[in-house]
Design a protein around this ligand. Structure first.
Ligand SMILES: Cc1cc2nc3c(=O)[nH]c(=O)nc-3n(C[C@H](O)[C@H](O)[C@H](O)COP(=O)(O)OP(=O)(O)OC[C@H]3O[C@@H](n4cnc5c(N)ncnc54)[C@H](O)[C@@H]3O)c2cc1C
Length: 430
């Protein structure tokens, strides 16, 4: 029976012809071949943590989460092969047991590996590239059920397949390059926003991982500076951790977001209240535990990748847009830095990049604010995060990706009948 599918934020819904949950490679191949033989399109979905309709379909939706085994760990080479639906948290925990870790991570670890890779998920750190750069090989199930290996043997195809939003086929396995496990020491501390912006390059390059949150209606930034270290992890006890991360980051923010939704005019005062209470905290723990936090309040998000040299003007303009938004915005703006990479559809393609993210609480109007932010990003050559809201189309995007036509050729070769298309891909890829 047809069942509705909804994303994490609860604001993207679709009614697939059916939802299947393959638990092994043979079942996956069979599911894809059966769907296309019936003339149905196919989309794979991971944990549904994208804010766009990128995974939606009226065809067959393959929920990949039962394909979750670690298949091979080559500690010497640092190569780890996994089934594509494994969650980042279990993946990190398993490879930690082998003395290995992923080079970098985003700010949660709920995603599947294939979902994270497919939309160009990133963390922060001006020397580190986004997630998909760690992919050494992929096995793709093509529309007719053929299993197709993508690897460095065809480097251009690999650069196309690393970030493809499921448009080339269904990823069955992913081989990742990992590095020896390491700890992270993180310092969170407030700094006046003007000082943060004037010292931005030094701050971005002065830590292994640097990011900051800028609170609209205040002149305060919360800085997050992390160093990689060989020191033994000193995890906080679970109660302190729960109090700080879950209560402070989610329930307090959630409470404020809800108050802001009911009393939008109070948002500036609420933002000042929160920013004045931001203190200094340090954390020293396993890398993957420090990178990821828990997000219990639901929101929607837009994020743009811009050349790093435009970071200051972009942040100032976005803050101005947030302060003039109607309804108001209680969420801070999140600013991160990554190194350029060479995946054809990477938002950080061949440029040192600053990511600027804006959020709105679930149930509050977001569109006019996000459109205002997009107008700031367009003249700066902004490229949207593929899993976060934006209003671009293939026409507006093509010129922002120097290898756009090469990607299209790869898609025509691997999926000539467009069996993996959906409305989102029609809009953004044409
Ligand atoms: C609270 C929260 C925090 C976030 N933090 C960050 C962050 O720090 N950095 C960042 O960059 N992003 C972040 N994101 C965005 C998120 O990382 C991406 O949207 C990611 O794609 C979600 O992974 P998923 O497993 O949920 O994939 P889904 O959203 O389920 O799918 C994403 C895409 O991958 C495709 N796909 C999934 N599995 C396969 C497969 N096996 N084969 C082919 N295609 C497949 C889907 O078709 C779809 O196109 C965050 C999102 C949320 C909700």
């Amino acid at each position: 029976m047809a069942a509705e599918w909804t994303n994490w934020a609860g604001d993207q819904r679709c009614l697939p012809a059916r939802i299947e949950t393959p638990s092994g490679r043979a079942e996956l191949i069979e599911a894809v071949a059966r769907a296309t033989a019936e003339g149905l399109t196919v989309r794979a979905v991971g944990h549904g943590h994208s804010f766009t309709d990128v995974a939606c379909t009226g065809g067959v939706l393959l929920d990949m989460r039962r394909l979750s085994r670690v298949l091979d760990v080559d500690r010497e080479a640092g190569l780890v092969k996994v089934e594509s639906g494994i969650g980042l948290r279990p993946l990190n925990e398993t490879i930690w047991g082998h003395g290995l870790a992923l080079e970098n991570l985003g700010d949660i670890d709920k995603q599947t590996i294939s979902g994270a890779v497919s939309t160009g998920t990133h963390g922060t750190g001006s020397r580190f590239r986004n997630f998909s750069s760690q992919v050494e090989a992929l096995e793709l199930v093509l529309a007719d059920g053929t299993l197709h290996e993508v690897s460095a043997a065809d480097p251009d195809q690999l650069r196309a397949a690393r970030i493809a939003m499921g448009s080339l086929g269904v990823i069955a396995t992913v081989t990742l390059r990992t590095i020896p496990s390491f700890s992270i020491r993180r310092l969170d501390s407030p700094l006046p926003l003007d000082e943060t912006l004037s010292r931005l390059d030094d701050l971005a390059d002065g830590s292994d991982h640097f990011e900051f949150y800028a609170f609209p209606h205040t002149r305060t930034a919360l800085l997050r500076q992390s160093e990689r270290t060989d020191e033994e992890p000193r995890p906080r006890n679970p109660v302190t951790r729960f109090a700080n991360d879950v209560v402070a980051e989610n329930w307090v923010m959630g409470g404020i977001a809800r108050l802001g939704r009911s009393f939008p005019r109070r948002i500036p005062a609420l933002a000042r209240f929160v920013s004045e209470r931001v203190g200094r905290t340090t954390t020293l723990d396993r890398s993957y535990r420090v990178y990821a936090s828990q997000r219990r309040i639901r929101f929607t998000e837009m994020e743009y990748a811009i050349p790093r040299r435009h970071a200051r003007e972009a942040v100032s303009a976005v803050l101005d847009a947030a302060e003039h938004a109607d309804p108001g915005v209680g969420f801070p703006i999140e600013v991160r830095f990554v190194a350029g990479d060479d995946s054809m559809l990477s938002p950080a393609y061949e440029r040192d990049t600053t990511y600027v993210a804006v959020h709105q609480y679930r149930g509050m109007a977001w569109e006019s604010y996000f459109r205002a932010v997009e107008e700031i990003m367009d003249p700066l050559g902004g490229r949207p995060h593929w899993g976060k809201r934006h209003f671009q189309t293939a026409e507006t995007l093509a010129e922002r990706y120097p290898e756009w036509e090469d990607f299209k050729r790869t898609r025509e070769l691997l999926d000539p009948e467009a069996s993996f298309r959906n409305e989102y891909l029609d809009r953004v890829l044409g």
